[in-house]
Design a protein around this ligand. Structure first.
Ligand code: MRU
Length: 339
């Protein structure tokens, strides 16, 4: 029996099933995950991805492990899960919350994981409504990577705002950055736009600046993997480039995220750990994406999964707790009441 379900996660009593995001849009394939090792493998290859979803799925894996193994092993497993992807702070948020329940036993862990899942669903709804408030009929919105229902327990973050706008009858046109090197935009966001019945056009990342120069972009909306105390934030590589182009062309640039993506302990973007990934992802399409290698097979590669956008290039931070401009961020208003 499925206890909880989102667009890309099914939670059973003793295992998870995830929608393999490397197989979309060609196939909707659900894969069983019943161990920390299986989860780590899925997260490393981005079959489970997106900051909130990584954290929530880790919480369930830990709770299910705890139900079958002695308490003396729980911390070690939590440490291993935590080290799987370093940049998205939602993973740390969820595991911190789980570890705080260790003393109360395995049942408390199961309840905590469920509460985190339900919390994320509510946070998505709140931030997406705030994001939709910023949108008007006729807006042409550019987005990057995938920030929708696939990446969260609810409607998503930046895509969540687009989805709520659609529900409100606001007519949008969305430009979807394909998002190199792993094409989360081309494969997943395009698929979600079709699912939501939102008109869209797919572009390569390198087309975004000239699209803005042509006056065809009214707003940029992206998600985040970690927002620092000063408002700098990490998101999928290519976001920084978009923010620079948006600033130059005076296009409003919004970041949409839950408070669980804010890391008050990270003073500035310089402190965010950036995951480096295998060069094969840049040399060609890795296994799930066709396996074609177009670069010399030994071409040296620099492949950071994320980049940092400085606060100075952000128009507003759209959180579940409010919409903050740079003056509010400088006053630390986004940190008030945090945790
Ligand atoms: O490497 P990914 O696909 O996990 O990167 C995802 C992103 O960068 C998203 O924009 C971010 O996690 C926000 S998702 C709601």
């Amino acid at each position: 029996m499925v206890n909880l379900q989102s667009r890309s996660l099914r939670v059973y009593a003793d295992a998870l099933e995830y929608l393999d995001q490397t197989r979309l849009p060609q196939a909707e394939e659900w894969v069983r995950c019943d161990s920390p090792e299986a989860w780590q493998h899925a997260v490393k290859r981005l079959a489970i991805r997106g900051a909130p979803l990584i954290g929530l799925s880790a919480a369930f894996v830990l709770a299910q492990y705890a139900a079958r193994h002695p308490q003396s092993e729980w911390q070690l497993v939590s440490d291993r899960l935590r080290a799987t992807r370093p940049t998205a702070v939602n993973l740390m948020y969820c595991l911190d919350a789980m570890e705080a329940c260790f003393a109360q036993g395995a049942d408390a862990l199961a309840e905590r994981a469920k509460a985190l899942f339900e919390e994320d669903r509510a946070l998505c709804q709140r931030m997406a409504e705030r994001g939709a408030d910023l949108l008007a009929s006729g807006d042409r919105v550019l987005t990057h990577c995938n920030t929708g229902a696939l990446a969260t327990a609810g409607v998503g973050t930046a895509i969540g705002a687009l989805a709520i706008a659609k529900q409100r009858g606001i007519d949008l046109h969305v430009y979807v950055d394909e998002t190199r090197p792993l094409l989360q935009g081309g494969r997943l966001t395009a698929w979600e736009m079709a699912d939501l019945d939102i008109p869209y056009q797919l572009i390569t990342d390198s087309m975004a600046a000239s699209l803005m120069a042509a006056g065809k972009v009214d707003k940029v909306m992206v998600g985040a993997d970690r927002i620092c105390a000063n408002g700098d934030f990490a998101n999928k590589v290519g976001t920084y480039m978009l923010s620079v182009a948006a600033h130059y062309h005076q296009v409003p640039f919004y970041v949409v995220a839950p408070y669980t993506t804010v890391d008050p302990a990270c003073a500035t973007g310089a402190a965010i750990p950036i995951e480096q990934r295998d060069g094969a992802e840049v040399r060609g399409a890795t296994g799930a994406f066709g396996g074609v290698v177009w670069a010399p097979s030994d071409a040296p590669v620099w492949n950071p999964a994320f980049d940092v956008t400085p606060a100075s290039l952000v128009t507003a931070w759209v959180l579940d707790t409010g919409v903050f401009d740079s003056a509010a961020i400088a006053r630390g208003e986004h940190l008030r009441g945090w945790r």
